[in-house]
Design a binder for this molecule. Structure first.
Ligand code: SF4
Ligand code: SF4
Length: 293
């Protein structure tokens, strides 16, 4: 089973547009939306869930009011202002550190896991899909990304699929690491702007640290040719291959509004370049990218 993760140093680089087209172009893939904080692949692939799994997030403090003697020790020691003047625990502010439970002389506080959202296994026109939704205000973690990836592997085994395409989270934090560990190839999507290059450099460091084969795609490359040249130069100096350059095209937005991937929407230059990019990546996944390490 091969796994490909598409990531970007920051949001808004067109990562999901590219992932959706790959999902349509690939032979029998499983799709995973690991961008659990801001998932939007469902807008294009319209998944229909057939299995829902509650996701339990971090623990928070819960008070048994019958045991509380209102001594206020818990409030005194809470560093996160998560206990109000009436000595009620404010769940949204609680970081689950457990100090209040430790200092309470009456064992009135315990830590309980809280429901934080749901993971789904769904069907889409591109193949089975693993994705998740967090409750508003719930903090994300690599744990939910790991669950989404586990479910994707289950789907791949259940439906005998040889490829998982993962839409990764932006940034360089714990969820990104959870989305790339153990995959066969990472595609970094960047665009020709100063901040995007800086973000790409940081994410490239993370990916090379884990010795995962990596390719770069420059989206909207024609918006700033000199900056695109700088990215190509930077990648060449680090022996990282630029697998594709995609033109700026409003088709990407129009396709998303229509609930379609770009390659389904029309045969624009962007769609053609996406097909060429996918062919390149697909060949690499089938024949190996060892030379990219
Ligand atoms: S668990 Fe920590 S953050 Fe939450 S209420 Fe207790 S002391 Fe405050
Ligand atoms: S420390 Fe325990 S007994 Fe004291 S106010 Fe907090 S919950 Fe109540």
């Amino acid at each position: 089973m091969k796994q490909l993760t598409i990531i970007s140093g920051k949001g808004g680089t067109g990562k999901t547009t590219i992932t959706a087209s790959f999902a349509i172009l690939a032979d029998n893939p499983v799709i995973a939306d690991a961008d659990v904080d801001a998932p939007d692949l469902h807008l294009i692939l319209a998944p229909k869930p057939f299995e829902t799994i509650p996701y339990v997030g971090m623990k928070v403090a819960v008070k048994d009011h019958t045991l509380c003697k209102l001594c206020a020790e818990c409030r005194k020691y809470c560093r996160f202002d998560a206990i109000d003047e009436e000595l009620n625990i404010i769940e949204d502010l609680c970081e689950g550190c457990g100090v209040c439970a430790h200092v309470c002389p009456n064992d009135a506080i315990s830590l309980k896991p809280t429901p934080a959202g749901y993971a789904y296994m769904s069907e889409t026109r591109a193949g089975p899909m693993s994705h998740a939704v967090l409750k508003p205000g719930a903090s994300t973690s690599g744990k939910l990304v790991t669950l989404v990836r586990e479910n994707a592997r289950k789907l791949a085994r259940r439906y005998n699929r040889g490829l998982i395409i993962i839409d990764g989270p932006p940034g360089i934090g714990c969820p990104v690491i959870a989305a790339i560990v153990g995959v066969d190839l990472v595609l970094i999507v960047t665009e020709p702007s100063v901040t995007a290059i800086h973000d790409m450099e940081r994410i490239l460091e993370v990916v090379t640290h884990f010795r995962i084969p990596v390719l770069v795609c420059i989206n909207k490359y024609d918006l700033n040719p000199s900056m695109t040249h700088k990215i190509e130069h930077y990648c060449k100096a680090r022996n990282v291959k630029v697998a594709g350059k995609l033109p700026f095209d409003k088709t990407a937005t129009r396709a998303m509004v229509a609930g379609k991937s770009v390659v389904e929407f029309n045969d624009s230059l962007l769609a053609q370049q996406l097909r060429i990019l996918w062919k390149h990546i697909d060949m690499g996944l089938k024949n190996g990218y060892d030379d990219l390490l």
